[in-house]
Every structure is written in structure tokens, then in C-alpha cells.
Design a protein around this ligand. Structure first.
Ligand code: SF4
Length: 330
């Protein structure tokens, strides 16, 4: 993908490995194999853009989201936000970053402290950020207006268990917006909700992003969902990027064999049905010992000898569209 002109977030060669021990013997011998959750990930996110990160469970997308918010530190590589390396942030600069970058949790039922009233839950980030208490009521009211819960008095003294899933996710959104951030990471934001309320929340998220000019990252396994929210999609497999491009192009004309399988697996409006679904074999390999060369080769119906020895680099296949595969994918 061509680098966005005004990049708010820049990743270069980012890796994240989690040491694990498979047995007591490994602990005794000091051999700690690592789960290679991410390896060599580089891309930019333009200011005001909406980017989707998609892939199966275990592809590294949630780890990537946590790295973007500095909730975990990379094993290698750099991440910069608004020109400043996250690794170097501390003190006031780190607090300023925390105010600007917020997470929308996957499960609204777990995201809120059950002992806090809704008002306290939404006002808590203001308290943590040192915002004067005299401003809290107005800022909470503004956040509630943004998430279309205008009947403020009805909710403030209630507790999370007294709200529906859809109402709770709006409260979680209000909590993420109360500090008027610039950057939002939403990890599977509607996957725990009833199908009946998902469309309303997705529509609201798109409206909020446009209204506030937010830069947003949506992490999902669901290409149909991100098609609705994001102009650009990054497809990940076993800790690496396999395809990066305009969402509509990826949905209508996926190039990488893995992306084709993802598109074939879900009903996506506008997908090119003439492109036969390609069966992928087996399940995601062990991230402690990924295959050599192309990490997808054990499951790829097109794999050939070179795939085992050479890692395919991302190469351009169209305007702002890159794919990591040795084949010439039309
Ligand atoms: Fe399949 Fe080889 Fe392309 Fe990997 S590089 S996706 S194994 S054809």
C-alpha cells in the first residue's frame, strides 16, 4: 500500500514474540521457545483513515492492536504516533498519548466495572487523565450525545447489568470518546452483540468517526463488517501481512490465496462469485514454529518448491495494493 501522505501511525519491522515453555524440562534447560505473534510488520495509517486488520484467530491481529496502543512493547521494530516513537514516551508525553489513543473493547459485558455506575464508568478516564471534576458532567453528556444515548438521566445511576448489550456497547464507546481522542482501536467491536443490534452500532461507529475526524483501526475476522467501515484492509496470516489494499478491491478481487479463502468463507456483498473458492487445508500452524518460506504454504493449494525456501515479500499488484506471494496473481 502506498504510504499515506499524512501518516498518524507508522510501523516499521514490528515483531512481537511471547516466550513460553512447553514443559518443565524446557524451563530447567532455559529453553524458552517463543510464540511469534508478529514478525516484520510495516505499514502506515493515514490521519483520518479507517483501516481494517483481518485474519483468523491466531493471526496476530489482536497483538497488533495492543502494540498500537502501547499496551505491550514490541520485541523488535518501531511504532511512531504523530512522529514520536512510542518506545520513547514517558511522563507527560505518555499521558498525552493515552488521552489521544483509545481502545473499544470486544466484550461490553466485561469492559465495565460491575460495581461502578454508568456515570462513574464513563467519567473514569477523565479522572485518570487529571481533568478538573467541574468539567466531567458536561464531557460525559457530550459523549452520551455522540453515542445517541441522549436520555442521560435515565442511565447515569444505573449499573452495567441493568443495560442491554447494545446500550452497554454505546456506553463503552462513550467511555472511549470522553477524552475526545484522535485514534481509536476497536477489537471485534460487535462480535459479542446480538445480530439485531450490530448494524446500529456499526452505523454509529462510522458516523462518530466521520463527525470527529478520527483515525480508526477495526480488528475483525469478518470481511463483510470491515467492508462497511474501512476504506483499506490489511490481511494477516500467522503474524505477517499477506495482502494490503483498498477494501473494495480486496473484497471484489482478492489476490492472495488466503484472502480468497477468507472472502469465500463469508457472504460478502459485491464479492466476485466467479472466483472459485479455494479450499485451504488444515488449521493455522503452531506460531512457535512457523513454516519456513511462505508461512501459508502448508495450507496453500498452489504451494510449490520455492514457497518452502523463500519468504515472499509484499509487492505491488495495483494502485495502493500489495500482496505477499510468489505467484503472479491476476
Ligand atoms: Fe501459496 Fe506459495 Fe503464494 Fe505462499 S507464496 S501463498 S505458498 S503460492
Amino acid at each position: 500500500m502506498a504510504a499515506p501522505v499524512n501518516a498518524l501511525v507508522e510501523l516499521r519491522g514490528v515483531a512481537k514474540h511471547f516466550p513460553v515453555a512447553r514443559s518443565l524440562g524446557e524451563v530447567v534447560r532455559g529453553q524458552h521457545p517463543a510464540v511469534r505473534a508478529l514478525d516484520g510488520v510495516s505499514f502506515d495509517i493515514g490521519a483520518g483513515d479507517a483501516l481494517a486488520i483481518v485474519g483468523e484467530s491466531g493471526c496476530g491481529k489482536t497483538t497488533l492492536g495492543r502494540l498500537l496502543l502501547k499496551l505491550v512493547e514490541p520485541t523488535a521494530g518501531t511504532i511512531a504516533f504523530d512522529g514520536a516513537a512510542l518506545a520513547g514516551l514517558s511522563g507527560e508525553a505518555l499521558k498525552a498519548f493515552r488521552r489521544q489513543a483509545q481502545l473499544v473493547f470486544q466484550n461490553p459485558f466485561d469492559a465495565l466495572n460491575p460495581r461502578f455506575t454508568i456515570y462513574r464508568a464513563v467519567a473514569e478516564p477523565l479522572l485518570n487523565a487529571g481533568i478538573d471534576k467541574s468539567e466531567h458532567a458536561d464531557r460525559v453528556a457530550e459523549a452520551f450525545r455522540r453515542v445517541h444515548l441522549p436520555d442521560l438521566e435515565r442511565y447515569l445511576d444505573r449499573y452495567p447489568h441493568q443495560l442491554s448489550g447494545g446500550q452497554l456497547q454505546r456506553v463503552v464507546l462513550a467511555r472511549a470518546l470522553v477524552l475526545t481522542p484522535r485514534f481509536l482501536v476497536a477489537d471485534e467491536p460487535v462480535s459479542m452483540l446480538d445480530v439485531s443490534v450490530r448494524a446500529g452500532i456499526l452505523s454509529l461507529m462510522r458516523e462518530i468517526r466521520e463527525e470527529m475526524g478520527l483515525t480508526a483501526v477495526y480488528i475483525s475476522h469478518d470481511l463483510a463488517l470491515v467492508r462497511y467501515l474501512c476504506e483499506r484492509t490489511v490481511v494477516m496470516y500467522l503474524g505477517t501481512i499477506v495482502e494490503d489494499g483498498p477494501t473494495l478491491e480486496i473484497v471484489r478481487r482478492p489476490r492472495h490465496p488466503y484472502t480468497r479463502a477468507l472472502v469465500a468463507a463469508v457472504p460478502v456483498p459485491d464479492a466476485d462469485q466467479s472466483r472459485a473458492p479455494l479450499p485451504i487445508i488444515g488449521s493455522v500452524p503452531d506460531a512457535r514454529d512457523p513454516p519456513s518460506g511462505c508461512r501459508f504454504r502448508d495450507r496453500c493449494p498452489h504451494a510449490f518448491a520455492r514457497c518452502a525456501t523463500e519468504t515472499p515479500p509484499l509487492r505491488a499488484v495495483g494502485e495502493g495494493h500489495t500482496v505477499a506471494c510468489h505467484l503472479d496473481l491476476a
